[in-house]
Design a protein around this ligand. Structure first.
Ligand code: WTA
Length: 711
């Protein structure tokens, strides 16, 4: 499908030294060994939810958008919708218009008749000697109701409010989320590993008056005093003009406060104390408009400030329920363990909302997979009879590196496994398949994003062969295309990379960016929209900011981000956010952050700084930069190295050439540097980073080749 050619700006056309236009970066040729296919095991096919090619045919493009009614019909509606998709105001789509429902009712109440005695959540504490906690659907119903009663009455939260939740992986996290959903309060969960400052900024942006915390938790054998972050969050929010009226604190161990931080009078309250007043209380689930926001999830983008992806109730819940049923193959009889953190979108969609909507049993593990040793995940799987397993390439690489034969020692059997969050190397995929899956499990490599709510590309587990390293065909009802920078289609089989886009709206797509609809339009739709006044959804393709290639077999292979986002261990980090943090260090004049290849984490940030006049490079400055990044963002943003350079490589107009720094950090060719204002500095930086001896250059992965091209 060709799009009309767009007029290019001067910046987008690169020319060589003779003035001939060069191939744009999106068109880099991609060569890799084509991998063989693996067939799903017959035993899996026999029991799969998605086994009928006739059902797949119902999602043919000619049935769009009506096809998505098959997902919405998996839910219980208080009022049925009258229009599947209202696309009158692109790109602000409305799904299942006229419909009314409650997400908490769908994840809890409706299962009581059949499954009240079944485990909804099994909590596995990190300390191995501590007992597992089983929360049945009945218990979940009780706890969610009491919590909702407290949030509505004691905390004064009303339908339409936002609340920020900064909590670790304990059962009280999904309980709090579901209690919010019951009241129609939009939750904004901030990953527990983020700092108090990061939480405060997000709380302020969302206009939250209430913060919900836990006192502490176990991570890698250490007790983390988490409540300490709450005080910083409150101060940070205040600086941003947002008063926090109440901080509600769950205790990790009932009756025992595990934080050194004092509770602030008339601001901080222990939830378990207050809950005593709400024992046995029930709250009617608020019947929400299909389009009412269900939650915000902040994520990093191309500018410094994280943006609040706003997800809707009806479309989102329908999409995650449908994809969890057909792609994760969840049945109520399964024991499903997704190792992600609920603080990321994977946890929202595929630990909480998708699985619980399907009455599955979802395992919640508090800690890190390698604690106390790398056999832990397999012991958990064996103990609980986990048969569906979901994790990331980073975790798989780490578990393989530290204990390649470990899974063989344990007697567990997976029928289905997922990999998500980053591209997976074929040899890592093979280990996952043969050793973790014992050759018995089907694997889905699901490509998607915080913004997209649920999976966009994946094999249909019982119907499509698997291909290591490729996400595969588009998910049901998703119609992607790869375009080059100029908007021409990159044809399947052309061995050329381009920008993957989705041509149509789908129910899981975010509604907007909280408080910033223009940014939503600019970031995701402007690039390939040719007529901003068009009212036809066909003119509004979604730009994912990922590079991809498509061979003739129709299996998309995702190459990684094409913007300023670094994917660290499957977690998105905005380089601009990290740079802003560096610039708060008084000695730092300029900062540039680039990705470096890492054997386990995929990519890690490397920081370059230049110092203000009068300051000499010192280890103490490097340390200050690192600790500032950890305080302002969190430990996940910790740089691999902080290089202090005499000057940044710059264009004549003064822009920092990040692509040159990325090339140096990855032993790649720096390309043409003759147009720089200060080409000599490149060799100085190279020596500083790589040493005096000449380093053998590498080809380098596509995302790094492309990194920083826009500057
Ligand atoms: C990357 C996580 C390759 C991609 C669900 C995307 C992947 C970003 C895959 C979104 C995959 C996600 N193969 N790359 N299967 N899944 N990505 O928002 O670059 O945390 O844009 O959502 O992760 O990260 P996010």
């Amino acid at each position: 499908m060709a799009r009309p050619r767009q007029k290019l700006t001067a910046r987008e056309i690169t020319k060589d030294h003779k003035g001939r236009p060069q191939v744009s970066e999106a068109q880099i040729a991609v060569h890799w060994k084509e991998e063989g296919y693996y067939r799903p095991p017959a035993r899996f096919i026999g029991q799969a939810n998605l086994h009928d090619p006739d059902f797949v045919a119902k999602f043919d493009e000619k049935y769009f958008p009506e096809c998505f009614r098959h997902y919405a019909e998996l839910l219980d509606w208080d009022e049925y919708w009258h229009t599947v998709l209202d696309a009158d105001d692109p790109p602000f789509w409305k799904w299942f218009v006229g419909g009314k429902l409650n997400a908490c009712y769908n994840c809890v109440d409706r299962h009581l008749a059949k499954y009240k005695n079944k485990a909804a959540i099994i909590f596995v504490p990190e300390p191995e000697g501590e007992a597992h906690v089983v929360v049945t659907y009945q218990e979940l119903y009780k706890r969610v109701n009491e919590t909702a009663a407290l949030l509505g009455d004691f905390a004064g939260l009303k339908t339409g409010d936002r609340v920020t939740i900064h909590m670790p992986m304990i059962p009280e996290l999904p309980i709090t989320m579901l209690a919010c959903a019951r009241l129609g309060v939009a939750h904004s969960v901030v990953f527990g590993g983020f700092s108090g400052e990061a939480c405060g900024l997000r709380a302020a942006d969302s206009g939250s008056r209430v913060l919900i915390y836990a006192d502490g938790y176990w991570r890698n054998g250490k007790w983390v005093d988490h409540k300490a972050a709450a005080d910083i969050a409150v101060q940070t929010a205040k600086k941003e003009g947002q008063e926090i009226a109440k901080v509600l604190v769950w205790k990790r161990y009932a009756g025992r406060y595990g934080s050194e931080t004092p509770m602030v009078m008339e601001r901080d309250y222990f939830i378990d104390d207050v809950l005593k007043d709400y024992r046995g209380h029930t709250v009617e689930p608020v019947s929400q408009d299909s389009e009412a926001p269900l939650f915000l999830m902040y994520t990093s983008g191309t500018t410094g400030k994280p943006k609040g992806c706003q997800h809707r109730t009806g479309g989102y819940l329908a999409y995650v329920t449908g994809t969890a049923k057909y792609y994760q193959d969840l049945h109520p009889e399964d024991v499903y363990w997704c190792m992600a953190d609920i603080g990321w979108i994977t946890g929202h969609s595929y630990i909480v909302y998708g699985p619980l909507s399907l009455a599955a049993t979802s395992v919640l593990y508090e800690g890190v997979p390698q604690f106390p040793d790398v056999g832990r995940p397999w012991r958990i799987a064996e103990r609980l009879g986990v048969n569906i397993f979901h994790t990331s390439p980073t975790a798989i690489r780490m578990l393989r590196k530290a204990g390649a034969d470990e899974p063989k020692k344990y007697n567990y059997h997976f029928k289905h496994m997922t990999t998500v969050g980053e591209p997976i190397e074929p040899e890592v995929w093979q280990w996952y398949y043969e050793v973790v899956g014992k050759g018995e499990a089907v694997i889905v490599d699901t490509w998607w994003q915080t913004e997209t709510g649920g999976f966009l590309c994946s094999t249909k587990p019982a119907l499509d062969p698997m291909k290591p390293g490729s996400a595969g065909p588009p998910a049901l009802g998703i119609y992607p295309v790869i375009w080059d920078e100029e908007g021409s289609e990159v044809k399947p089989g052309s061995q050329t990379a381009g920008n993957i886009c989705i041509r149509n709206p789908w129910p899981g797509i975010m509604q907007t960016i909280w408080g910033d609809p223009q940014r939503f339009v600019n970031q995701y739709y402007k690039k390939y929209n040719t007529n901003p006044h068009s009212k036809d959804w066909r003119d509004w393709p979604y730009y994912a900011a990922d590079g991809a290639v498509l061979p003739a077999d129709g299996y998309y292979r995702i190459l990684g981000r094409v913007d300023d986002v670094i994917n660290v261990a499957g977690h998105r980090l905005g380089t601009k956010e990290v740079e802003s943090a560096c610039l708060t260090v008084p000695e730092v004049a300029e900062a540039a952050v680039v990705p470096a290849v890492d054997e386990v984490k995929g990519r890690v940030p490397v920081v370059y700084i230049s110092l203000k006049p009068g300051f000499l490079p010192k280890k103490a400055i490097q340390e200050k930069v690192t600790s500032t990044i950890e305080t302002m963002i969190g430990k996940i943003a910790r740089p691999k190295t902080v290089h202090m350079v005499p000057d940044m490589p710059k264009t004549r107009s003064g822009k920092i050439m990040r692509r040159v720094l990325a090339a140096i950090s990855n032993q790649m060719d720096t390309g043409d540097i003759t147009t720089l204002a200060n080409p000599d500095v490149v060799e100085q930086i190279r020596e500083l980073v790589q040493g005096r001896a000449a380093v053998k250059l590498r080809e380098g992965p596509e995302d790094i080749k492309r990194f920083g091209q826009e500057t």
